[in-house]
Design a protein around this ligand. Structure first.
Ligand SMILES: CC(C)(COP(=O)(O)OP(=O)(O)OC[C@H]1O[C@@H](n2cnc3c(N)ncnc32)[C@H](O)[C@@H]1OP(=O)(O)O)[C@@H](O)C(=O)NCCC(=O)NCCS
Length: 331
């Protein structure tokens, strides 16, 4: 099976805490903390765009595994907040990395985008023994927010993470290395309206000079999304364990999508995950959409929560709805 070989992240320097949001909308640190667990989130600088975050995370991942940009054969960028509809962020990224002639394109599976792109890389590496695939999840969600809508603007943040996938063992034994044991992806389009950015594509006609209204920003039925997120991540985690004949005892760490600490705790409770095996860093970053599990993997690794020989269970949920689970065997 292919390996993840090298992990790098980038979180913008600017920190927005809950006290700052209290000045923008009618909210409070107490409300945000008790309903979401989020204390602060990162915000990209005015001159940073998504491909800049992707580039920094990619260089960190390459450094982590001791590879050069010239080794890369494929680039898959996951983003729900790309630089633009066109040009493709992956092509802007390869220009910034100084490479050409590789297969490079964007994929959007909302908050589940990283695991979807990872599965694509997994299949690519299975088909091509020489493939060295850069998988990047990069998000500037703060530019997709209606800053007058207190029900969404307190939830999201910016960040990026990247991994290198290949069939070769790592060049740098100190770098992050994990075998991709299994990936499960499930979808249901019936609920697509519950998280949406209505305008900006073909659905809402617009012309030069039209005002930018709230349809250009995220809207969400938080309560319904909450229920579906818990149900779906629990179901995905159970299914992937069952089809691999594993139980939670075989798992050293569970990393759910970092959207809301109450969702993470509810997933943990239903699966009966011991507290010390359930990872959360949502207090520091908010929901960074598809980048969230990469930032979590990075922080979990720095906290020595992913011992060699241990198995990590990731599970994600996002707009669409699309939900996933992945099993990584840490080497
Ligand atoms: C958004 C979320 C935190 C709201 O929490 P909740 O307990 O469901 O709260 P409700 O939506 O029922 O709102 C309760 C009240 O708080 C208010 N409220 C909403 N946002 C608020 C905020 N930032 N500050 C203060 N009050 C707020 C609501 O207006 C409502 O007031 P009302 O009762 O007077 O109408 C929660 O539903 C959630 O996390 N959902 C999942 C969102 C998510 O993670 N999506 C991404 C998944 S990929």
């Amino acid at each position: 099976m292919p390996y993840i070989n090298g992990l790098g992240v980038y979180a913008p320097e600017k920190i927005i805490d809950n006290a700052y949001l209290e000045k923008l909308v009618e909210t409070s640190d107490e409300w945000i903390t008790s309903r979401t667990g989020i204390k602060r989130r990162r915000m990209a600088a005015d001159d940073e765009i998504t491909s800049d975050l992707a580039c920094k995370a990619s260089l960190a991942a390459l450094k982590d595994c001791g590879r050069s940009v010239n080794d890369i054969t494929h680039v898959f960028v996951s983003s729900a907040s790309p630089d633009a509809l066109c040009p493709v962020t992956a092509c802007v990224l390869i220009r910034k990395l100084g490479i050409k002639g590789v297969m490079a394109f964007d994929c959007n599976a909302a908050c589940s985008g990283f695991i979807n792109a990872l599965q694509l890389a997994n299949y690519t590496a299975m088909a091509d023994p020489n493939a060295v695939i850069l998988v990047v999840a990069a998000e500037i969600m703060t530019r997709k927010l209606d800053w007058t809508d207190r029900t969404t603007c307190v939830l999201f943040g910016d960040g990026a993470g990247a991994v290198i996938v290949s069939r070769n063992l790592p060049q740098n034994p100190q770098g992050f290395c994990a075998e991709i044991d299994d990936i499960l992806i499930d979808t249901d389009g019936e609920f697509s309206e519950l998280i949406s950015i209505h305008a900006g594509g073909s659905r809402q006609r617009y012309s030069v000079g039209d005002p930018v209204d709230r349809n250009y920003f995220i809207s969400m039925n938080g309560r319904e999304v909450f229920k579906q997120a818990v149900r779906s991540m629990v179901e995905a985690a159970r299914s992937i364990l069952e089809r691999n004949r594993l139980s939670l005892e075989d798992i050293s760490l569970v990393i759910p999508h970092q959207a809301n600490d109450r969702i993470i705790q509810a997933v943990g409770d239903r699966l009966d995950v011991p507290v010390d095996k359930l990872f959360s860093n949502v207090s520091e970053y908010g929901n960074t959409s598809s980048a969230s599990v990469t930032l979590a993997l990075h922080d979990a690794r720095n906290a020595d929560l992913m011992p060699k020989g241990g198995r990590v269970l990731l599970t994600t949920f996002g707009g669409g709805f699309i939900w996933t689970a992945a099993l990584l065997n840490i080497l």
